[in-house]
Design a protein around this ligand. Structure first.
Ligand SMILES: [Mg+2]
Length: 264
C-alpha cells in the first residue's frame, strides 16, 4: 500500500497566525523517510507555493495552486508557466474584449497595483507581489446587481470561463477545482504505484470537496474560522476531526494514520 497526502496550507499545515509548520516536522520527516508524496493544495499562486514546496523538500511532487484552477508540475519553476499562453492571459483577453458596461462591473488583481492588492488582501507587500503573479485564475470584486451578474456570467460562460464566489473574492477561471486536480494526480500515482491510498487534510469550506474525494479525510480545526458542518464521511469514520488545530493536529493525524502501516 502506498500513500499520497493532499494538504491545505493556511490554518492546516501552516499555523493560522504565525504561518509556522514547525510542530508538523516529525510527520514531515516520516513522509520523507517513506518517500510518501505530499501535495500542497491551496488558493495561493504557484509563485507563492514554489518556495515553500522547496523548503519542505517536496519539489518532486506536483502542487495544486490557485484553488485548483491550475497545477504546478513536479520540479517546475513557475516562471516557465508564465507568458502569453497562460490561462491567466486568456482570462484577461476575454475581460479586455468585454463590452465596457459589463467590464466596469469587475475589478480583478490584474486591474490593481501591488499596493492595492496588499491593501485589499491584508498581505505584506512582498507577499502581495507573489499573489499578483497569477497563472490560472483572476480573483476580484463584482460590483453589479443580480441582473448584471447574470449578464456578466452568461458572457464569460459562453467563452469557457466560470465565476466562483468565495469568502472574499469573486474568482474567474476555466473551472477546475482542488478535487479535479486531486483526481488527476491520483490517477497518475495509481499507475506508478498501485494500490494508492489518499489522505486529505483541510480546515475550511473550500477544502470540503478535497476531504470528501480522499480515501481518508482529516478536518483540522481552525479556532479563527467557522467550524465545518458535519460531513457525510464522518459517520462512516472515513473523515475524522483532528484533536488539535493547525500543524499540531496535522502532525498527530499523519503520525496516527501512516505511522503504523508505513513503518511495518
Ligand atoms: Mg485553510
Amino acid at each position: 500500500m502506498s500513500f499520497v497526502i493532499f494538504t491545505d496550507l493556511d490554518g492546516t499545515l501552516l499555523d493560522h497566525a504565525s504561518y509556522s509548520y514547525a510542530p508538523a516536522k516529525p510527520a514531515l520527516a516520516l513522509l520523507h523517510k517513506h518517500d510518501i508524496p505530499l501535495i500542497l493544495a491551496s488558493s495561493k499562486t504557484a509563485f507563492e507555493i514554489a518556495p515553500l514546496r522547496d523548503e519542505l523538500g517536496f519539489a518532486h511532487c506536483p502542487a495544486i495552486v490557485e484553488n485548483g484552477a491550475g497545477l504546478l508540475p513536479a520540479h517546475a519553476d513557475p516562471e516557465s508557466l508564465a507568458g502569453a499562453q497562460s490561462d491567466y492571459q486568456r482570462i484577461r483577453t476575454i475581460l479586455d474584449a468585454m463590452p465596457a458596461d459589463l467590464r466596469a462591473l469587475f475589478a480583478g488583481f490584474g486591474d490593481w497595483s501591488v499596493e492595492e492588492i496588499a491593501q485589499n488582501t491584508g498581505l505584506p507587500k512582498d507577499n502581495a507581489a507573489l499573489a499578483a503573479r497569477r497563472l490560472f485564475s483572476e480573483p476580484g470584486l463584482f460590483s453589479g446587481n443580480a441582473h448584471q451578474k447574470q449578464r456578466f456570467e452568461s458572457y464569460i460562460e459562453e467563452r469557457g470561463l466560470k465565476a466562483r464566489q468565495g469568502g472574499r473574492y469573486y474568482t474567474l477561471s476555466f473551472g477546475a477545482t482542488k478535487a479535479d486536480q486531486m483526481r488527476g494526480i491520483l490517477k497518475q500515482q495509481s499507475l506508478a504505484a498501485p494500490p494508492v491510498k489518499s489522505i486529505a487534510l483541510g480546515d475550511a469550506a473550500n477544502d470540503i470537496e478535497m476531504l470528501e474525494t480522499a480515501d481518508f479525510g482529516v478536518i483540522i480545526s481552525n479556532p479563527a474560522g467557522k467550524p465545518l458542518p458535519p460531513l457525510s464521511g464522518e459517520d462512516e469514520g472515513r473523515i475524522m476531526r483532528a484533536d488539535n488545530p493547525g500543524p499540531t493536529g496535522w502532525n498527530e493525524a499523519i503520525l496516527n494514520h501512516i505511522g503504523g502501516p508505513a513503518t511495518a
